[in-house]
Design a protein around this ligand. Structure first.
Ligand code: ACO
Length: 323
């Protein structure tokens, strides 16, 4: 018998305010046409004034609990992936824990920028298979609108705010590739690339800073590294890319998604795409896409899913799981 981390529920939350591309045309030398053609993005959501990352995360967590038919008291741990936590400390995860009314268990944040949710999933899997937790709430939540330089058209049109959550539960499997749950993970980072995607501020520099990105360079790394990590994760599971039923990629740019999908030998029919509606929500993009996919009836029990993401660090990775 093998313990597996099986998906028990999923949920998401998007702030009320929807910002179409055209809104940027008033203040920047840009156009709806350019943004759509170069990124696939049509709109994004921005958090209201005073609405924080943990606020979004609590909504997503409650949505996942409803979907799973569970109470917060039945969760052992919360892992929250974010680069835009409310405060320097405590972690946004502990804020969510208290808002959910959980007096039990433990909670912590993971920071791997846009790859954060994949890193958090791998951590949750490790906690479950090592017997340290039975049920883990994995959340990706971001308010990237707070770190945008509104004068920089090369970055501020790309990002959005939102949150998604997934509940993983320990279940016994046969130890075969037919088991439900996480079958493999592949994590990578290379700090030599820190200068191509970063925020030019932080606690130690006593400023919040703004996101800075060499888009072309990040694009080049994304196309090369995403297909590779997805392939590696599938091989680690003892499967091939032909076995994949659904690809749930980090939603940064439709052109990156298309090119990665092609490299994996799949058609876009096998891919969940939400970037047109959400923009790049960093660590929130994969759980948001998973929740939307489930809501549209695109996930069936037994399907083989692959998620892959890359972000600042650079940090990148993939998770293979059977729904
Ligand atoms: N509107 C109009 N023109 C623009 C805009 C805009 N919003 N942004 C850039 N341009 C201009 C540039 O200034 C440039 O003009 P120039 O030729 O006169 O210099 C021209 O458009 C082409 O710019 P490029 O940067 O070459 O455009 P590219 O096709 O590479 O698209 C983009 C830019 C969308 C940023 C792309 O490179 C990209 O998606 N990169 C990857 C981003 C990503 O995946 N990030 C994921 C990780 S995010 C994280 O971890 C937080």
């Amino acid at each position: 018998m093998t313990v597996r981390a099986v998906v028990r529920g999923v949920g998401h939350y998007l702030p009320e305010r929807v910002v179409p591309n055209a809104e940027f045309e008033d203040s920047l030398d840009t156009s709806d046409e350019w943004i759509r053609a170069r990124t696939g993005i049509e709109q994004r959501h921005f958090a209201a004034e005073g609405e924080t990352t943990s606020d979004l995360a609590v909504h997503a967590a409650n949505s996942a609990l409803r979907n799973a038919g569970l109470e917060a008291s039945e969760i052992d741990a919360i892992i929250l992936a974010t680069s835009t936590a409310d405060l320097t400390f405590p972690s946004a995860a502990t804020m969510v824990q208290s808002e959910l009314g959980m007096a039990n268990g433990f909670a912590f944040d993971v920071q791997a920028v846009c790859a954060g949710f994949v890193f958090a999933l791998a951590n949750a899997n490790a906690l479950i298979i090592s017997g340290q937790a039975n049920r883990v709430m994995v959340i990706g939540a971001e308010t990237f609108s707070r770190i945008m330089d509104w004068n920089d058209r090369t970055t501020c049109v790309l990002f959005g705010d939102g949150a998604g959550a997934l509940i993983l539960e320990a279940q016994n499997g046969a130890g075969s590739t037919d088991d439900r749950g996480i079958l493999s993970t592949d994590l990578n980072s290379d700090g030599r690339y820190r200068d191509i995607l970063y925020v030019d501020g932080g606690v130690s520099t006593q400023s919040t800073g703004f996101l800075r990105m060499q888009g072309k360079e990040v694009f080049r790394h994304a196309v090369e590294k995403l297909a590779k990590t997805a392939r590696t994760a599938v091989e680690k599971a003892g499967l091939t890319t032909d076995d994949i039923d659904l690809i749930v990629p980090h939603q940064a740019n439709l052109r990156i998604i298309k090119s990665t999908t092609q490299k994996l030998g799949h058609s876009m029919d096998d891919v969940v795409v939400t970037v047109q509606n959400h923009g790049n929500t960093s660590a929130a993009s994969i759980p948001l896409a998973l929740s939307v996919a489930q809501g549209e009836g695109r996930t069936s029990e037994g399907d083989l899913l692959v998620t892959e993401a890359i972000g600042g660090g650079l940090a990148w990775g993939a998770v293979v799981l059977r729904w």
